[in-house]
Design a protein around this ligand. Structure first.
Ligand SMILES: [Mn+2]
Length: 345
């Protein structure tokens, strides 16, 4: 089940909670002692920064699917999200020893060095996302795209009924987002069953995957599920969805929706599930989201968008869709598929 540590950080006592969350999640992800210590240090630094620079925010810690869908060991993800002033000069903030307040901390440069992936979005006026991931060794080879996501349980609950995962099988990278009906343990049970079944059927097409999931989710509450599958060699992305999730594709500098069929996977199967097929290239980006995201959300923009870490893009999407005054009313998950950055070997 999607265990998420959602730690609101509004005073210094919660810095410790963020560190403990990182240690507990590291144990769940099976990290060794030194990487657990690195995770604890990163969580401490990010939580301290929330207090110093943003007047507080939220630390979200979870074990996530590895970005290339290879192997079964999860990665540990630590994200700090705030609605503070943002960071005007992101490269400067990542220089070791940089501090806007003159205090001594580990610094974001240290966080970047300790993590396998580190991303920072400091949109002035909208807030900051700092996200670190410690991947399970060994590092998997590039497969043409990377997946990432963020999961925010309703009302700070320990488990989210939403779940995203990705699986690499038969040369295909399949990204799935499932929203178990409602929220709480029964919803989590349904989305977890979907993730388990995906590991068995990720070599099939998205519509066929949804058919398999429908069987696997019988007896559960059911779920809304979106499946996107990239064939990197053919440069093609196929998409199919059943139920109330959203999908947007970035192509040619603009966003367009990819449509799902009405229904509930495991409960009410639509007669036909059409697939959308689109070309995939280095300037494309895909966002899948559950209905916890406010309906008026605006997709992120900016020249560096396709090259950004997909989990950072997901966290920025959640950050910019909400505010401290408008907390989400349901579990909210966003999953992103990004092309590999061009500077990767
Ligand atoms: Mn839900």
């Amino acid at each position: 089940m999607a265990r998420v540590w959602d730690v609101p950080v509004h005073d210094s006592t919660r810095v410790r909670d963020a560190r403990v969350a990182a240690e507990e999640a590291a144990a769940l992800a099976g990290l060794d002692e030194s990487r657990t210590a690195a995770a604890a240090l990163i969580a401490t630094e990010l939580a301290t920064n929330l207090l110093k620079h943003a007047g507080g925010g939220q630390v979200l810690v979870e074990a996530v699917a590895p970005p290339t869908g290879q192997g079964s060991a999860p990665a540990l993800q630590i994200a700090a999200v705030d609605h503070g002033p943002g960071i005007a000069d992101v490269p400067a903030a990542l220089v070791d020893g940089f501090s806007t307040t003159g205090s001594l901390g580990a610094g974001l440069g240290t966080c970047r060095r300790l993590a396998d992936a580190f991303g920072l979005d400091g949109s002035p006026g909208r807030g900051t996302v700092a996200l670190a991931r410690l991947d399970a060794p060994p590092r998997a080879p590039a497969v043409g795209a990377r997946a990432g996501g963020i999961n925010v349980p309703f009302a700070g609950a320990a488990y989210s009924g939403d779940l995203w995962t990705c699986v690499h099988a038969a040369g295909l990278l399949t990204l799935m987002l499932a929203d178990g009906l409602g929220h709480g343990p029964e919803a989590a049970h349904a989305s977890t069953a979907a993730a388990r079944e995906l590991r068995r059927c990720a070599h099939l097409s998205p519509a066929e995957v949804l058919g398999c999931l429908d069987g696997a989710l019988r007896g559960t509450r059911g779920a809304a599920v979106a499946v996107a599958q990239l064939d990197p060699r053919a440069g093609r992305l196929r998409f199919a969805g059943v139920g109330n999730t959203g999908a947007r594709l970035y192509e040619g500098g603009a966003w367009r929706p990819l449509l799902s069929r009405p229904g509930i996977v495991g409960v009410h199967r639509p007669a036909t599930v059409p697939e959308t097929e689109v070309p995939w290239a280095a300037d494309r980006l895909l966002i899948l989201h559950t209905d916890g995201l406010p309906s008026r959300w605006v997709p992120p923009s900016g020249p560096g968008l396709p090259g950004a870490d997909p989990a950072v893009t997901a966290a920025v999407t959640v950050r910019d869709a909400g505010s401290p005054a408008r907390p989400v009313r349901d579990d909210t998950a966003v999953a992103v598929l990004s092309p590999d950055p061009p500077d990767l070997p």
